[in-house]
Design a protein around this ligand. Structure first.
Ligand code: NAD
Ligand code: ZN
Length: 374
C-alpha cells in the first residue's frame, strides 16, 4: 500500500523472495509517491538517487526534489546513459562517490531509470557497505516488465553481459507508466517484446491483450501501459516466487533468449535486445514446430504481433557465426546448449525440464530462416 495515494490509482503486485518479499506498484503518475514508498519500505533519511544523464534531468530530479521536500538528505548521482556504462568502472565511481558523500549503512539507494540504471544501481546497493536497501523506479517498458522484478543486479564485463553481479531484491518497485511518454519509441516497443514473451510462455490472455491494444501501447497510453505492465509483472513474479535462483521454472523466461543472445553477440551488440529476442522467439517457436512439439502456426501468431514492434527485415549476420555463439551460450550445461520451447501460445513446454537440447541441424535451419527476415 502507498500511504496517502488512493488504492484505485495503482495496482500492487506482491513478489515473494527469500529475503522477505516486496511489492511492485504500477500506475500512471506514481513518481510523486516515491517519498511515501521510501517512508514505508526503506525508511532512511539519507538517500543516494541514481540515474543516467538522460533520465536524471527529466525524471531523476523530479524524484530527488520530491524526496528533498519530504525531508531527505539526497546525494544525486548520474552516469553517462547507455549500456556501455553498465561496468565495474561506473560501479566503482558511484560507490566511491557515495563513500565520499559520507553515506553510511543506514542509507538507501533510489534507482530511477531503465534497465541499465536498475541493474547498475541495484549492484551498487547490493555491495555498498555489504548491502543497503534499494527502491527501484523503472522508467522504460523493459525495466518495468523485466529488469526491476526478480532481484538480479550486475554489470557487464569483457567476457560477456551480466557476468558479475548479485541477487539483491528491491525493498519496493514504483513503476509510473506516465514516464514512458518521454521514452524513445524504439525502446518502448523493444520493451514490449518482453511483455509479449510473458504472454507467450505463460498466459494466452495476456498475449491477446497486447495484440488487441498494440497501437495504444506503442503510443505509450499510460492506462493501457499500466494494464500491460501489471499483467507482465504478475506473471514474472509468479515464476520468480517459485524459482528465485533459476534452478528450474525460471528458465522459461529465457524463451527467445538463447537464439536472441547469440544474435546480439554475432552483431557485436548493434542489434537491440528486444529486436534480437523477437527474432529469437520466432526461431525458437519454429524449432518447436519443426520437432512436432509446438502447435502448428504458433510462430505465425507471434509474427503478427512482433512485426508491429520491431523491424523484421533481414539481419547482416552469418548463420555460422550465430551457431558459434550458440554453442558458447552461458546457460549451456555440460557444454550443451538448451532451448525453452513452446507447447502453444500461452504455454511453455515442460517435458522433463523447461529447457532441452536440440539437434544442430534443426537450429541451423531455423536461424537461417529468421535472419533473412520473417
Ligand atoms: N536484471 C534483470 O533481470 C534484467 C532483465 C532484463 C534486462 N536487464 C538489463 O536491462 C538493460 C536494458 O534496459 P533498458 O532497455 O531499459 O536500457 P536503458 O536503461 O539503457 O534505457 C534505454 C535508453 O532510454 C533512456 N531512458 C530511460 N527511460 C527514459 C524515459 N522515461 N524517458 C526518456 N529516456 C529514457 C535511457 O537514458 C537510455 O538511453 C540491459 O543492460 C539488460 O541486461 C536486466
Ligand atoms: Zn530479455
Amino acid at each position: 500500500m502507498i500511504k496517502g495515494v488512493h488504492e484505485a490509482a495503482y495496482a500492487t503486485i506482491e513478489v515473494a523472495a527469500a529475503s522477505g518479499g516486496y511489492q511492485v506498484f504500477v500506475g500512471p503518475s506514481l513518481l510523486a509517491s516515491v517519498p511515501a514508498v521510501v517512508a514505508t519500505y526503506a525508511p532512511a533519511r539519507r538517500l543516494a538517487v541514481i540515474s543516467d544523464d538522460r533520465v536524471g534531468p527529466i525524471h531523476g530530479e523530479t524524484v530527488a526534489e520530491a524526496l528533498r521536500d519530504a525531508g531527505h538528505d539526497i546525494t544525486f548521482l548520474t552516469f553517462p546513459e547507455g549500456e556501455a556504462s553498465k561496468t565495474r568502472k561506473f560501479w566503482s565511481i558511484l560507490t566511491d562517490q557515495m563513500l565520499e558523500a559520507g553515506l553510511q549503512r543506514d542509507c538507501a539507494v533510489v534507482a530511477v531509470g531503465g534497465g541499465v540504471t536498475t541493474d547498475l544501481a541495484g549492484f551498487v546497493a547490493a555491495t555498498f557497505l555489504r548491502g543497503v536497501p534499494v527502491i527501484q523506479v523503472p522508467t522504460t517498458t523493459l525495466s518495468m516488465v523485466d529488469a526491476s522484478v526478480g532481484g538480479k543486479t550486475g554489470v557487464n564485463v569483457r567476457n560477456g553481459k551480466n557476468l558479475v553481479g548479485a541477487f539483491h531484491a528491491p525493498s519496493a518497485v514504483v513503476a509510473d507508466t506516465e514516464v514512458l511518454g518521454t521514452l524513445d519509441p524504439r525502446f518502448l516497443a523493444e520493451g514490449l517484446v518482453e511483455a509479449v514473451k510473458h504472454g507467450v510462455i505463460l498466459d494466452e490472455e495476456h498475449f491477446l491483450g497486447i495484440a488487441n491494444r498494440i497501437q495504444e501501447l506503442i503510443l505509450a497510453d499510460p492506462k493501457e501501459s499500466a494494464r500491460c505492465v501489471t499483467a507482465s509483472v504478475r506473471l514474472k513474479s509468479q515464476v520468480v516466487a517459485r524459482d528465485e535462483f533459476e534452478r528450474g521454472l525460471r528458465q522459461v523466461l529465457n524463451f527467445g533468449h538463447t537464439v536472441g543472445h547469440a544474435l546480439e553477440a554475432a552483431t557485436d551488440y548493434r542489434l537491440g535486445h528486444g529486436r534480437a529476442v523477437a527474432f529469437g522467439m520466432i526461431a525458437e517457436a519454429r524449432i518447436g514446430e519443426r520437432l512436432g512439439l509446438t502447435e502448428p502456426k504458433t510462430s505465425e501468431s507471434l509474427t503478427d504481433v512482433l512485426a508491429e514492434l520491431v523491424d523484421r527485415t533481414a539481419l547482416e549476420v552469418e548463420t555460422s557465426t550465430v551457431l558459434g555463439f550458440l554453442s558458447a551460450d552461458k546457460k549451456a550445461r555440460d557444454g550443451r546448449t538448451r532451448y525453452v520451447l513452446l507447447r502453444r501460445i500461452g504455454q511453455a513446454l515442460d517435458q522433463g525440464g523447461w529447457a532441452r537440447e536440440v539437434d544442430e541441424d534443426v537450429v541451423r535451419t531455423a536461424v537461417d530462416e529468421v535472419i533473412s527476415g520473417w
